[in-house]
Design a binder for this molecule. Sequence first.
Ligand code: HAH
Length: 373
Amino acid sequence: MKSFLSAALVAIVSVLLVFCGSGRQAQKGNGASVIDSSKGLKDHFANSFAIGVAVSPRALKTDEAALIRQQFNSITPENAMKMGPIHPRENEYFWRDADSIMAFAETNGIRVRGHNLCWHNQSPRWMFTNEKGDTVSSETLLQRLKEHITAVVGRYKGRIYAWDVVNEAISDRKDEYMRNSPWYRICGEQFIAKAFEYAHAADPGALLFYNDYNEIDPVKREKIYRLVKRLKDAGVPIHGVGLQAHWAINEPGDEELENTLARFSSLGLQVQITELDISVYNKEHNARERKPEDGNTDFTADKEQKQIDRYRKCFAAFHKYRKQISSVTFWNISDRASWLDNFPVRGRKDYPLLFDKNLQPKKAYWEVVETAH
Ligand code: HAH
């Protein structure tokens, strides 16, 4: 009797387990396929590339934390490791925010991409001037850069697997190679190679990236390619190129995307998609306009469909180049709040990500997942 009861119990529990298991099979909207919703993006793409997300320390204290744990296996601090926030005064570092992101990552077995060590934006005021307010010499600026990189990379040695060493050093102007930044004006092009050397010395195990945007533009793309190729050929410790991928419902075109991935793959270095988002506003028309073309700032069905198509095409292309692409990182978590709500115009709501404001996967999410299988 006793053994009959325990056998019956085992049977009931097994049936329940199977039932619960199948309850986690989500039916895709059109019923075309069944995808296990207990898996996150990181699991679907486990055989292709890491899936990352840009985070703030604040987000990690909200319900977004659970979503991050479920979906992502890489995180990038959105601002906490940038030079201005982390090194506000010459001999003063502010580690709290960066440390809290590291703690979250390490507790949850998530990898960290460091962002970034040298950039013309969000750099501290003191960096380029002396006490009298005069512009510093090239020697002083390189010394300051070295101290900064040695301190930041050294603090997280062995714990940050990849760094964006130099961000956005290439000009957007067709007739100009390097961006006319204080780094370039004071040091010339050498600051780039130096930054990589300082980072490599501070953590020889970290993968070092050059990172930039407008990478799909044929003119800027060639300038980025040329810079990275020259660094590589000169023996500078550079291991990859980061393509920010701040795209939109009308870009990149199929050919633009293919050419971009083919070109950067040919460098023989790693390629990472570092800041992906797909704005629902057409790039050219809306660059400076508060009002979108259709006068509507809602996430309309038309925008939704265009975004779905663009996301699917992007991930199909990433899949094709999965041997070269080692990670794909989204720039923010959900449409609840993203940097695009304030860029390029303040206060224009955007819906650029795969999760909606309630942290639910959008239709585009399921299209992206399908490209992995
Ligand atoms: C990126 N720049 C930066 O790499 C990232 O650190 C920041 O948080 C958001 C976007 C993209 C960009 C920009 O900042 C200005 C003009 C064009 C593109």
